[in-house]
Ligand binder design. Structure first.
Ligand SMILES: Nc1nc2c(ncn2[C@@H]2O[C@H](COP(=O)(O)OP(=O)(O)OP(=O)(O)O)[C@@H](O)[C@H]2O)c(=O)[nH]1
Length: 194
């Protein structure tokens, strides 16, 4: 299973510690954890971390035998939310994935499951793109994989430089790296979603 290769086991949170840290966080920012309205906030905060970290993507590897190799398949418009590893603030990314069919055709929903699976960790955008490309590549058993991401980072929007900005990154492997025409075709086909 590819999931096991890229991420040996689903990580587990230390829930009780998270609840305690949630309480300490409130105190550290000058709040009274006993104040009405935030008494359950440490528990909710721990729940959110658990939901995020212990995310289960479901089955990601249903595949079929291809009748003919060479088709370009693109899946775009997948939106994921993830967390910037520098500031622990969210960023969203719209994800487009393309591959040249070899012998294996992956179930269409699995591309979105893979993208969400890869999103549920701390990282930066370039890592997210590479994780998705690596996992898709193993699933479809070819290096001919392209991934394009466009994202907006709260660590740039609501703090620091405080500017809206869209960040686009790409991963081009195999034929997508070698053949500029194929690369352009992929980017043209997924462009309406960006
Ligand atoms: N390449 C890349 N950089 C990121 C990503 N997310 C956050 N960063 C950047 O990580 C850098 C961290 O820089 P530091 O100078 O250590 O931290 P900082 O003082 O909070 O930086 P500012 O955001 O400029 O205020 C910043 O430039 C962020 O914009 C990402 O997904 N990819």
């Amino acid at each position: 299973m590819v999931d096991e290769i890229l991420r040996p086991t689903t990580p587990r949170v230390d829930y009780d510690t998270l609840v305690r840290l949630g309480r300490e966080l409130l105190v550290a920012i000058g709040e009274d954890p006993q104040r009405e309205g935030i008494q359950d906030t440490p528990r909710r905060w721990a729940d959110w971390w658990r939901e995020y970290i212990e995310y289960e993507p479901g089955t990601t590897d249903t595949s079929f035998t291809s009748t003919r190799a060479g088709q370009l398949v693109c899946i775009s418009g997948i939106r994921v939310w993830t967390l910037c590893e520098h500031h622990l603030l969210p960023f969203w990314c719209d994800v487009a994935i393309g591959y040249l069919v070899n012998e294996t055709v992956l179930g269409l929903s699995k591309f979105a499951r893979i993208a969400h699976h890869c999103a549920h960790r701390l990282q930066h955008q370039e890592q997210l793109g590479q994780h998705i490309a690596d996992m898709v590549s193993q699933m479809v058993q070819t290096d001919d994989v392209a991934v394009c991401l466009r994202g907006e980072h709260l660590c740039m929007m609501m703090r620091g430089i405080k500017t809206p900005a869209l960040i686009t990154s790409t991963v081009m492997s195999g034929a997508f790296e070698r053949e500029k025409e194929l690369q352009s075709q992929f980017l043209h086909l997924v462009a309406p979603h960006f």
